[in-house]
Design a protein around this ligand. Sequence first.
Ligand code: TRP
Length: 446
Amino acid sequence: MKTKPSFGSRFGTIAAVGGSVVGLGNIWRFPYLTGENGGAAFILIYLSVSFLIAVPTMIAEFSIGRHAMRNPMRSFKKLAPNTGWIYLGFAGVLTGLMIITFYSVLGGWAVEFLRFSYLDAFKGKSAPEVAAFFTAFTQNGWTVALYSGIFVLATFAIVATGVEKGIERFNKVLMPLLVIILLALVFYSTTLSGFKDGIRFLLKPDFSKVGFSTVLAAAGQAFFSMSLGMGAMITYGNYIRKKDNLKKVAGTVAVVDFSIALLAGFVVFPAVFSFGIEPQSGPKLVFITLPNLFQQMPGGYWLSIAFFILLILAAVTSSISLFEVIARYIQEEFRQTRMRASIITGGMVLAASTVCALSMVDHSSIRIFGENIFDLFDYLTTTFMMPLGALFTVLFVAWFWKGKGFEEEVTNRGHINHRFFVMLRFVLRYLVPLVLGALFIDLLLF
Ligand code: TRP
């Protein structure tokens, strides 16, 4: 039998997991949520949630995957035979399908913005004109669907040919490159007139606007950004070598994830305040802010092309991990070849993202609960499905996983000191369920 694929080195592991976690969640979602939730206070809460809740959850997911060495559904089946836990695996696939639906539309925006950059389409446009341009462009539903299709196709092509070696090698080069470009942009931001206001917004907390809903938004964002709550990290846990230390991998990835999100904030907010853009602009924030920035800066033409290429690549490396979970499920449960499973997945994602793009047109008749699919899926997955998926995964690991499997994974069979394991189990047993439980109760009652 073919031995199971695995990542080749520690750096490779970090790069590959980093490729999944670093994506539009950092560069697109984090800035807009920070803008909507009042800046620095949100960032502080996000930071706490990332390390106290998301990192332990990530270690829990890795442990399941590395111990069971199966896809998420089969992992639960193997670790808890004949129980309902397998439905957690199904829920993960469904969540993945919903995320990849709006993620592909966003990826399509990035592809289209790359084309605009190449054509220098924003030249001479004022900030309100750029914003109007963006709105007009989302109204061409079929065009957006076409570009989303290109994005889906790219994801499909990588997954269909097998990802293991590809993902790792790809990410080892791209992740550092992304950081360099972001740093260059941050450096330029310091010269903007709105720099001080931007930094104040990001660093000076105003807790008066903070409530339970802010914490829930931060938790949802932490799970989204760290690819948790739907089984992607269970799948990647399959590939982590037995000798690697799961807490170090999770901790390092969390630092990388947070740093990149913060850097994105340092690029976006000085520009927001310089060009008079509303911090509360929502999902379009990055797309209406950065073109202004690029336009004004020396070498902006090339930097904007480089930036959107990297944005697309960061998005593709994340999208792969979503696609992979669905494709593996179809491959194993319906006994399909990898190619056929990828084609089926690609077809479903293509159809779903097309409907999603069309639903964003004003007055479109495609509405669910009065919302377009993009906003609805973004909201449902990050507010309910991922935090719930994470909650149940954590409950499983901390309370229902029989035997010593979890302990073996966290301590590498006794090679790593035991104290951390005891602490981690405590956090997973009490702290995480308590916090997430309280958030849900608040959400449902108020
Ligand atoms: N973490 C990715 C981002 O920040 C998105 C993502 C990829 C994801 N795989 C996931 C989110 C799995 C949830 C679950 O853009």
